[in-house]
Ligand binder design. Structure first.
Ligand SMILES: [Ca+2]
Length: 327
């Protein structure tokens, strides 16, 4: 039996709280040689890129063996319009809920090349390369614009973003990553040569049922400085309106899918785009559900998203737990 080649991966992130756990899951898998992280590219979203650099430095401080992984500055603004966050900033002033910590590391920050150009150049350097997107898609869209062949060299894109039933979290029908830069999401969906594996907001916010008691009493009780750090930055959310009986996890879920797709119980390919001008619906993902585009479809309506519809919660919990439980 041929052994599967280790997948190379770039993680595009706006390092907020759920990003932090998703990144650590990836770093744990990197140390196990399950995957090979070739770079982090930073985008503005949950926090500014400047805060993002501090946050990824804090995350990487737990992984001194991984400090050679390059970190690229990404765009501090959207493709066209500046996203104005009208509600309270969900990830706090700095992306980590403003929680005090003194974690930092001497990261391998790339000063002379932007994230978009980094994506293009790394795609020429590495085969079997995947991109996992935790952020607004600005860097990815710019890379696709700069080099039309870029996306063709990527073996697969995975992203948390958009919505399946027009339910929003950052507006009535806008999911945060897509709403923060709808033009970027539009470009990425238009230009991707193969369907992007997408975990939409509804899975994270409603459909996956991971009890808060499991998050705090099982995952949260793993005896590890990394888990205690993740607990500390997430804890301020627990008194808010979003967290009731079930935990809300976003970027962790797409990372779980990337690490072990056996947690997926149903998925379907669609043609989708993004609303750019609606008074209430800017940023909403619009999906062609009338026609089956999953196999062929017309040229305009070829499948460009592979939407995860259901996951086996217990399997996702196992992926999360075993990421951090190194016994
Ligand atoms: Ca994120």
């Amino acid at each position: 039996m041929a052994t599967e080649k280790v997948r190379n991966v770039i993680i595009d992130t706006d390092p907020g709280i759920d990003d932090a756990m998703g990144i650590m899951m990836a770093l744990e898998a990197h140390q196990r040689r399950q995957i090979n992280i070739v770079a982090f590219t930073l985008a503005r979203g949950n926090c500014s890129v400047e805060h993002g650099i501090k946050n990824i430095s804090a995350i990487l401080s737990f992984y001194p063996q991984c400090l050679e992984i390059p970190v690229y500055y990404g765009s501090e603004e959207g493709m066209i319009k500046e996203y104005i966050w009208t509600g309270q900033k969900f990830h706090g002033v700095d992306g980590f809920n403003g929680v005090f910590h003194d974690r930092k590391a001497d990261i391998n920050l790339v000063h002379d090349e932007s994230a978009a150009l980094g994506l293009v150049n790394l795609s020429k350097k590495y085969e079997n390369l995947f991109v996992v997107c935790f952020a607004p898609l600005t860097n990815i869209a710019l890379a696709m614009k700069v080099d039309p062949k870029f996306a063709h060299r990527i073996k697969g894109f995975y992203a948390m973003g958009g919505n399946f039933n027009a339910i929003g979290n950052a507006s009535i029908s806008g999911e945060f990553n897509f709403l923060a830069d709808p033009e970027a999401a539009y470009v990425v969906l238009k230009k991707t040569p193969s369907p992007i594996v997408l975990v939409p907001w509804e899975i994270c916010g409603f459909d996956i049922k991971i009890p808060m008691t499991w998050r705090t009493n099982v995952l949260g009780k793993i005896n590890s400085d990394k888990v205690r750090f993740l607990n500390s930055i997430e804890a301020p959310w627990y008194n808010g309106p979003l967290y009731k009986e079930d935990w809300v996890a976003c970027d962790q879920i797409i990372m779980a899918v990337f690490l072990d797709e056996s947690c997926v119980t149903s998925r379907k390919k669609y043609w989708a785009t993004v609303e750019l001008t609606g008074e209430h619906t800017r940023g909403q993902m619009v999906i062609e559900k009338r026609i089956d585009c999953s196999e062929s479809g017309s040229k305009e309506l070829r499948a460009n998203v592979d939407i995860i519809r259901t996951l086996e919660s217990s399997k996702v919990q196992t992926i999360l737990f075993t990421s951090f439980d190194n016994k």
